[in-house]
Design a protein around this ligand. Structure first.
Ligand code: FES
Length: 155
């Protein structure tokens, strides 16, 4: 459900901001991996339930022409570490089997490339569409720090 739809339904959201990296540490066209630590979350007074949900979460941060995007770090196919792949404009390619994703939305753009050139096994089509990567909201604060915006939803 979108933020506007939640607001219209009278759902209250608290937003917390967790510093995750210096924007200047990620070169244009580059990406880094981060893991949210308990200390990072506690320092921002994030409620315990939300901390449990977020602790040890692995993300990648991509710099596309000075705009930053955050996504789940692990490929939805077989968990490859996406920062070891390649970033070409807004297209992120998995290092393991070359599935591609749009870093702006996390949307899967193509499936893994089969090793033997075919998705057929014993004559049966085994093609399965790959899932998208979860996108995360990030912003740059006044000190040039990238912050992750996480929300607690209170009904
Ligand atoms: S692990 Fe990413 S495409 Fe297979």
């Amino acid at each position: 459900m979108t933020e506007t739809a939640l607001r219209d339904k009278g759902v209250v959201q608290n937003t917390f901001y967790v510093p995750i990296a210096k924007a200047s540490d990620i070169a244009v066209g580059g990406m880094i991996a981060i893991t949210l630590s308990a200390q990072d979350l506690q320092a921002q007074n994030i409620p315990e339930e939300l901390q449990k949900e977020l602790q040890n979460k692995e993300l990648i941060i991509c710099n596309v022409a000075g705009k930053f995007y955050a996504l789940d770090r692990r490929c939805t196919h077989k968990n490859a570490a996406m920062e070891k792949g390649t970033l070409d404009g807004t297209i992120l390619t998995c290092p393991a089997h070359c599935a591609q994703f749009d870093v702006r939305t996390g949307q899967a753009l193509s499936n893994p490339v089969p090793l033997n050139g075919s998705y057929k096994r014993n004559g049966i089509e085994t093609f399965e569409p790959i899932e998208s990567l979860r996108p995360w909201k990030i912003e740059i604060n006044g000190s040039g720090l990238l912050v992750l915006a996480v929300q607690e939803i209170l009904e």
